[in-house]
Write a protein of this length. Structure first.
Length: 286
């Protein structure tokens, strides 16, 4: 009986070996790395205040006609939160609290930025992927901001809380509480456990800035013109930043229309040949 059992075991091993030789050994599939995110594109260029604004702060008729800008203006109150040392910004994070006049909600945005070097968007996407921002994460929207001379990759997590229509913002403490209550996990534990929560809790309000937004079109693309009156460096006045922008999901469309827009603005004398730094200006001046 023992010899029969031993023979059966040997036969089973030989049979399994033969199957493996024929079919080939296939181990467990290696874990598939998440693909890089696919960004949309927003082209942003600066306009010369003296050339496009009237004395009363309204847009001149020349730019209104050129970009088919609507008579209606959307007004927004925008503020940011960061520590005195701008620790969030130092790690590439911006935390924004915004209210649109015609909406019944507050908009909370947590944005992580990556510098795009020499136009290599894929390298920036790969770096972001290593830090957890991949195609599999549907909590963040990937976008490349494309200015006059540089590109920045960003991942934005947007949330909303209830409010009444109008521009009134809650107190800074109440706004900060809402931002902390809705804090996404990636920011909360960015450098270490609860680093983001502790850092945001130590932050103060920057702003608010009362923004005017106009809607128009360029080459069939929805186009916005935003007017940002930001406190001057001296604190005794304001510097008005005017930005024109359009969005598209296609890189080629972004590239070609950006070139056409730059050429048009240059021909009109409206272009400021610099990149927009309005967020940094708000963080530094308030």
């Amino acid at each position: 009986m023992k010899q029969r059992l031993r023979f059966t075991k040997v036969l089973s091993v030989l049979t399994l070996s033969a199957v493996l030789l024929v079919m080939g050994w296939k181990g467990a599939d290696p874990a598939q790395a998440a693909a890089n995110a696919t960004p949309s594109y927003e082209v942003k260029l600066l306009l010369d205040t003296a050339q496009v604004l009237n004395a009363d702060g309204s847009l001149k008729s020349s730019i209104v006609h050129e970009f088919h800008i609507s008579d209606e203006v959307q007004r927004l109150s925008v503020e940011y939160f960061d520590t005195d040392q701008l620790q969030l910004n130092g790690e590439g994070w911006n935390v924004r609290f915004r209210k649109k006049e015609d909406k019944k909600n507050y908009e909370l945005t947590y944005k992580k930025r990556y510098t795009v070097t020499n136009g290599d968007i894929d390298a920036a996407l790969t770096q972001a992927n290593k830090e957890g921002f991949s195609a599999s994460d549907d909590n963040y929207d990937a976008e490349v901001d494309w200015g006059y001379s540089k590109q920045t990759l960003s991942f934005s997590n947007d949330k909303k809380t209830n409010a009444s229509k109008g521009l009134t913002l809650p107190s800074p403490d109440q706004a900060l509480k809402q931002l902390l209550d809705n804090l996404p996990g990636k920011l909360q534990n960015w450098k270490s456990s609860n680093w983001g929560k502790k850092t945001l809790a130590d932050s103060r309000v920057r702003g608010p800035v009362q923004v005017s937004k106009y809607e128009g079109s360029f080459q069939g693309l929805d186009t916005d013109v935003e007017v940002w009156p930001i406190r001057s460096a001296s604190g005794s006045g304001t510097d008005t930043i005017i930005e024109i922008s359009f969005k598209t999901t296609d890189y080629s469309a972004a590239a070609s229309n950006r070139t056409q827009l730059i050429n048009l603005l240059q021909s009109k004398g409206w272009l400021v040949p610099a990149d927009s730094l309005k967020t940094n200006l708000v963080l530094e001046r308030y």
